[in-house]
Design a binder for this molecule. Sequence first.
Ligand SMILES: Cc1cc2nc3c(=O)[nH]c(=O)nc-3n(C[C@H](O)[C@H](O)[C@H](O)COP(=O)(O)OP(=O)(O)OC[C@H]3O[C@@H](n4cnc5c(N)ncnc54)[C@H](O)[C@@H]3O)c2cc1C
Length: 383
Amino acid sequence: MLPNETYDIVIVGAGPAGCTTALALKDTGLKVLMLEKAIFPRDKACGDSVSWVVKKVLNEINPDFAKELNILEPKTYINKARLYSPKNDNIDVSFSKIGYCIKRIDLDNWLFEKACKNPLLTVRQNVSVKNVDYIHNGIKLTTSVGETIYSKLVIGCDGANSIINRKLTNNKIDRKHHSGAVSQYIKNIKELDSSKLEVYFVKNFLPGYFWIFPLSATEANVGFGMLSETISAQNIDLKKSFYQIISSSPGVKERFENADFNGEIRGFGLPLGSKKRKISGNNFMLCGDAASLIDPFTGEGIERAMQSGKMAAEIAIKCFNENNFSDNFLKQYDEIVYNKVWKTFKEHYWLQQILGGREWLVNLFIKFANIPFIKKQIPKMFY
Ligand SMILES: Cc1cc2nc3c(=O)[nH]c(=O)nc-3n(C[C@H](O)[C@H](O)[C@H](O)COP(=O)(O)OP(=O)(O)OC[C@H]3O[C@@H](n4cnc5c(N)ncnc54)[C@H](O)[C@@H]3O)c2cc1C
């Protein structure tokens, strides 16, 4: 039997949310444990598009971190997107700030190693949280290796299937506010531009999109995602549909004629931020996918995972300063998170609803996207 342990804070999950929380808690003197069920470097199904906000969050925590991300290789520098309508019209949109495409195995491992450099942080990999219970004055976690860990504050950064969310809130998966997506690494795609995200709105597969996100001049992360409500209503097999788009969709199929399908196709759920949830309570906060903070239109969640991780660390410090871990006190976390994201999420949900499923409208939208007012709105869809 392993000994029981006590920490001020336990971060569950070492993805972008967990590692950012740990980085933002460095130098606080608090005794922090980060538990991770995988072993790093670990991969995660993703599109690998990393918005400029990621660098901004790192810069706010420590400008050196942002500088190090600047020189992290390999990556591509993204300054535009091309959107294709179901009729195959297209429009190019430039971004005012540069984003990146970085394989998640590289980005997450870099963040993880950075977080682990803090000597006051204890990190355990290959350990999964199996149970969560309230005890007097805190939370008791039981792990896959039989430990019992006590903590005043638990920060749930454990992704889309978060056990912290499941055990401590009444939040349920709502398919209207949830997507499914698959992705694969593919080489030798024709006409790949390493500075451009490509998004195809495909006939019969709305609301959702097919993407080609470049990782080099020859390799891309290629994927396809749809709203879960539509996936179940139409009984859609995402993997089959992905290959169907690649093999038969006009404008797409030509580009994959000589493609090299090396990587494994992987899928995962995306809890979207288009519905407000309770993301804190007595002795806990949720960040990133555990808090359902994925953009309802673009499907991007790395930046929100990191923003919410940083905010959770700031509120955690307040909790210890005021020795208050109550539901009422922690409500301020929900407030600052939703103050940051809700306006954009509401607008992007609106876009998803208006364009989603209405093929003629997407065709019209992209056909007339050169009209200055429309063109001005498009970069906002992404970042
Ligand atoms: C196919 C697909 C494409 C996507 N494309 C993009 C994109 O291009 N750009 C973008 O910004 N976002 C994208 N997203 C969303 C993005 O992947 C997530 O928003 C992001 O990973 C959230 O980070 P996180 O730290 O909250 O969770 P995660 O990255 O999922 O990390 C959670 C961590 O918790 C660990 N964990 C889970 N359960 C436990 C447990 N019980 N005990 C201990 N540890 C646990 C996991 O092993 C994992 O390491 C995509 C998602 C999918 C599915």
